[in-house]
Design a protein around this ligand. Structure first.
Ligand code: PLP
Length: 395
């Protein structure tokens, strides 16, 4: 059977107005990177997040933002980072790369994200930071997790790659922690032509070095110059934190992407609300199907970036369900976020031990439905009816 409903690699379609903004930036931006569009996007993003101006920095993707956040932690040998095992690999390896040892935290079986209770027992005198991932678009209990991190003197980083616009108690995901990261990858609810990201840094002293850290160590001379071309057009120096020298990179996002990102901020709440309304329709219409267990959240705490469910009868039934959906109905569901301790990459780094029974059980029986924003009403209804039929056949 041909695929009728694919799990698309693209989350949204652009409006003609958004395409016009891109065309305009293509015509007029000078330079094509590190210019007015970038500064405007960063300012507008800070306003959207409810955080001070000068704390949000565009990056070429979420991973680059994570890597800078890891760099700002300044790990010493032996330092540990508590991080969920049930997440995308880019949440984790930047911290390993910058010298930390990863300690896997379990998820809550209902919300599928970490909690203060799952993090707390893993904290040791060596713990330096905690990474909280708002997976699927649901915001973890940040007030409780921040209280724990403050009490124990830990750096908290929110991976809000999937959770733009989601909020707890009126406060946006990614604005609670000491740092927050966002992704504008092709899959995400806000995508800047496939790649893009944002780093939020709360501490003004850390924020001050991000422009140089992000852009090759470029900075201004600290003295008045008689000629603008001497000693060179601009200086290159080492981004310093106290007396520590940091290595720069080039993680900048282009002007065209920034122009589009700023424009999409006008529509992100609508995109999220539309996805949530649809998710709730799907969940409620299948309420009598005890084989499927969704995480139902009727508030902006969930943006339903993804529509994931657990098949209550377990892995064999999950596989039978996915096979029938694919082979009989042409609907391509996927499984997501194998616990990272099972990947060869982490095993080879000696990170193959985790005590995360909920993450393991969830992954082994989970299914993620195609849920791109532009899924047609026909295809959505077809997926709903097909899900019912396949479950009835399997009973
Ligand atoms: C997409 C994603 C990332 C990485 O973002 P990129 O922009 O692709 O580098 C990190 N963490 C999570 C949870 C993600 O979903």
């Amino acid at each position: 059977m041909d695929i009728r409903v694919n799990f698309s690699g693209r989350a949204i379609r652009y409006t003609e107005e958004e395409i016009a903004v891109v065309a305009e930036a293509m015509r007029t931006a000078d330079p094509l990177t590190q210019g007015e569009y970038m500064r405007a996007f960063e300012r507008k993003f800070a306003v959207y997040q409810g955080v001070p101006e000068g704390t949000c920095f565009t990056t070429m993707n979420g991973c680059a933002a994570l890597e800078m956040s890891a760099q700002l932690c300044r790990f010493r040998p032996g330092d540990e980072v508590v991080i969920p095992s049930h997440t995308f690999t880019a949440s984790a390896y930047p911290y390993l790369k910058k010298g930390a040892r990863l300690v896997w935290a379990d998820i809550d079986p209902v919300s599928r994200v970490v909690t203060a209770e799952s993090i707390e027992p893993l904290i040791t005198p060596r713990t330096k930071a905690v990474v909280v991932v708002h997976l699927y678009g649901y915001v973890a209990d940040m007030p409780a997790i921040m209280a724990l991190c403050e009490e124990r003197g830990l750096i908290c980083i929110e991976d809000a790659a999937q959770a733009i616009g989601a909020e707890v108690e009126g406060q946006k995901a990614g604005s609670f922690g000491h740092m927050g990261i966002f992704s504008f990858h092709s899959h995400k609810n806000l995508t800047t032509l496939g790649e893009g990201g944002m780093l939020y840094v709360k501490d003004p002293d850390l924020a001050a070095i991000i422009p140089a850290l992000r852009h090759n160590g470029h900075c201004a001379y600290s003295f008045e110059r008689a000629d603008y071309w001497k000693p060179a057009m601009g200086n290159v120096d080492v981004p310093m934190l106290g007396n520590e020298m940091l290595m720069p990179s080039n993680y900048c996002l282009g002007e065209v992407e920034c122009a589009l990102g700023a424009k999409l901020l006008d529509r992100i709440d609508d995109i999220n609300d539309e996805k949530r309304r649809r998710a709730l329709r799907f969940i409620d219409a299948l309420d009598d199907c005890s084989e499927l267990e969704f995480h139902r959240v009727d508030s902006r705490r969930h943006n339903y970036h993804l529509l994931a469910a657990r098949i209550t009868a377990g892995p064999a039934m999950r596989d039978a369900f996915m096979r029938a959906m694919y082979e009989k109905k042409g609907i391509k569901c996927v499984v997501q976020y194998i616990p990272l301790d099972r990947y060869d990459f982490y095993r080879r780094h000696g990170l193959d031990t985790a005590s995360c029974p909920h993450a393991d059980a969830f992954f082994d029986s989970m299914v993620s439905f195609p849920f791109q924003h532009w899924l047609s009403e026909d295809d959505f209804e077809y997926m709903l009816v097909s899900t019912r039929e396949v479950l009835a056949d399997l009973r």
